[in-house]
Design a protein around this ligand. Structure first.
Ligand SMILES: Cc1cc2nc3c(=O)[nH]c(=O)nc-3n(C[C@H](O)[C@H](O)[C@H](O)COP(=O)(O)OP(=O)(O)OC[C@H]3O[C@@H](n4cnc5c(N)ncnc54)[C@H](O)[C@@H]3O)c2cc1C
Length: 546
């Protein structure tokens, strides 16, 4: 089967989602393909910070200005995805005085609002912070939910005719001379191959952009930079806290929903699909985190996770240098660069600047296709933004009380997630895995990390499979969903399995293996082997992270 379209977008992270929305709003026919679920690349594994730009004022003032401009736009177009926490840049005794002194002027030059606050005021607001902090500036940092943001963008695009295909991977491209004629896309769940014949291919494949370019016969030098983050079981602050020094490891704490995330590290990895998290990274993060929060070692760690930065490592051209363009992200016209007229790549950047990246890429695509429609993404609010208020932590409880309270049939207590909320998600997204449900609803992402909610939600997924007339027994579907989900959650728990977290890991493992009989789960594959091979075991030693 061959499909035709104006633009084929590869990659369903924030950038691809922003691009499909932008192009669809300009009247172009678009198909977006994503090899996993939407937002499962770096966008779903980032730190969660809507940057004010304060982090970049010294190193890259252009990127800082882009951040604050887009921060204000994202707040306007996606308020339900933003928790308006505010943020502080704080000087600990370890931070250099000259950087502290230059910070306000650098912020002013980049247009980043930064107001000095007294240490007393800071400590009153955030008592867990190091009492030795000597200076503090307030900035408009915020916490940003990635999956809802991606969903809002693709929903808008869909309503304008765009086709969105999660679990579809680009596996080959056919070229004739300077043009890509067809792109082979594999449905990773069924194995079916579809050929798409687009007028133009736009790669928003993040850290995988080099591999996608290679399918077209182009070379794109990417150096994927892995960053590791730690999730703690409660918020230590209600605001984002950054160290007042040149960006380095372990220097930001972001409150994200009911938990807190400390990050990050930076380690170049050869393969964005396979990498581990080393104990030494965890130790480094804890050592640095302690400079902000002296009691950090008494807090319970929930898990470690990592994402891979889509870093573009080619030397800047003289032309770019002359215009003083930030290297934070780059739109590459492969016509000029490699003689492939209908291929454009967008690389680098941040979730904060996803809309701007999409706009600049769409401008280039429209130029190449002779389309003159302007960008409209900054002015229109995304679908699914409720009453236009920012997200706040107690909203699920408040919503529940508004509808009468009482027995809410809670599936996930930590995230106040009801049965009806999960059913609504399954209605909209079926077929999907339990892990897709996690991303869409935050199932299992709170302090118990799925210990008590997973088996309940697995039953709902199984009911849905049975209702959809699948030929697999309901119990087997539930078992498979449960095992896959637990295996995924377990990967992030291994690197931090010591002390109280090791106790928690044994406890959860005991729940599933002992109380729920996980070890005796039925032959879910029908190949004579038990599904128990996938059940996390606290004694396993490997911790490869996907
Ligand atoms: C540790 C870390 C912390 C970060 N923290 C922040 C932060 O706090 N704030 C911020 O603004 N930014 C942050 N960033 C940067 C930000 O996360 C990324 O720049 C951004 O998510 C990139 O989005 P993207 O859509 O370009 O890439 P991705 O989200 O990676 O999307 C690319 C997609 O392409 C898909 N794909 C690849 N190959 C194929 C193929 N052949 N066929 C189909 N699909 C394919 C992948 O599956 C992937 O989903 C952080 C990055 C890292 C690594």
């Amino acid at each position: 089967m061959t499909l035709t379209t104006d633009v084929l977008i590869i990659g369903g992270g924030a950038t691809g989602a922003g691009l499909v929305r932008d192009l669809a709003r300009r009247g172009l026919r678009c198909i977006l393909v994503e090899k996993g679920d939407l937002g499962t690349g770096t966008t779903g594994r980032y730190h969660g910070l809507l940057h004010s730009g304060g982090r970049y004022v010294a190193k890259d003032p252009i990127a800082a200005r882009e951040c604050i401009d887009e921060n204000l736009i994202v707040r306007r177009i996606a308020p339900a995805c933003v928790e308006d926490t505010g943020g502080y840049f704080v000087a600990t005794p370890d931070d250099p005085e000259d950087y502290v002194e230059q910070f306000p002027a650098a912020c002013a030059a980049a247009g980043v609002p930064a107001e000095e606050v007294s240490v007393g005021e800071l400590r009153a607001r955030e008592p867990a912070l190091n009492p030795a902090i000597r200076r503090a500036y307030r900035v408009p940092d915020a916490s940003l939910e990635p999956w809802q943001l991606v969903d809002g963008n693709v929903t808008d695009a869909r309503s304008r005719g765009a086709v969105i295909l999660p679990y579809h991977q680009v596996v080959a491209m056919q070229r004739s001379g300077g043009r890509i004629l067809g792109v082979d896309v594999a449905d990773v769940r069924s194995g079916t191959i579809t050929t798409i014949a687009p007028r133009l291919v736009a790669s928003a494949a993040g850290a995988w952009a080099g591999r996608v370019a290679a399918l077209a016969g182009a070379t794109l030098a990417m150096s994927p930079g892995k960053g590791t983050m730690l999730i703690f079981n409660q918020r230590m602050t209600d605001t984002v806290v950054n160290r007042l020094h040149r960006p380095a490891d372990g220097d930001i704490m972001v409150p994200v929903h009911s938990v807190a995330i400390l990050g990050t590290t930076e380690v170049e990895v050869p393969d964005p699909d396979h990498y581990g998290i080393g104990r030494e990274e965890i130790a480094l993060l804890m050592d640095e985190g302690e400079k902000l929060f002296p009691d950090i070692r008494a807090m319970r760690l929930l898990r470690a996770y990592a994402g891979v930065r889509p870093l573009y490592s080619e030397e800047p051209t003289t032309e770019d240098d002359g215009r003083g363009i930030s290297r934070a992200h780059v739109v590459i016209d492969h016509g000029r660069r490699d003689g492939i007229d209908n291929l454009v790549s967008i690389v680098g950047g941040k979730v904060t600047t996803y809309r701007l990246m999409a706009e600049q890429t769409a401008d280039e695509i429209c130029r190449k296709l002779g389309v003159s429609a302007p960008c409209t993404t900054a002015g229109e609010i995304l679908p699914g933004q409720g009453d236009g208020s920012f997200y706040w932590l107690g909203h699920r409880l408040a919503d529940h009380e508004d509808t009468g309270g009482g027995d809410a049939e809670l599936i996930c207590e930590c995230e106040m997630l009801t049965r009806s909320a999960i059913e609504t998600f399954l209605d909209a997204r079926w077929p999907c895995s339990l892990d897709d449900v996690r991303r869409g609803t935050r199932l299992g992402m709170g302090p118990c990390q799925g210990g008590f909610c997973t088996f309940r939600a697995a039953g709902l997924v199984a009911d849905r499979a049975a209702a959809a007339g699948g030929d697999t027994a309901t119990a087997a579907v539930a078992d498979r969903a449960l095992l896959d989900f637990l295996a995924e959650r377990h990967r992030g728990t291994r690197p931090i399995a010591w002390g109280r977290q090791l106790q928690e890991l044994w406890f959860t493992t005991g729940l599933y293996q002992g109380v729920l009989g996980g070890r005796s789960l039925i032959d879910v594959d029908g190949n004579g082997t038990s599904g128990a091979g996938n059940l996390p075991d606290a004694a396993e030693s490997e911790h490869v992270v996907r």
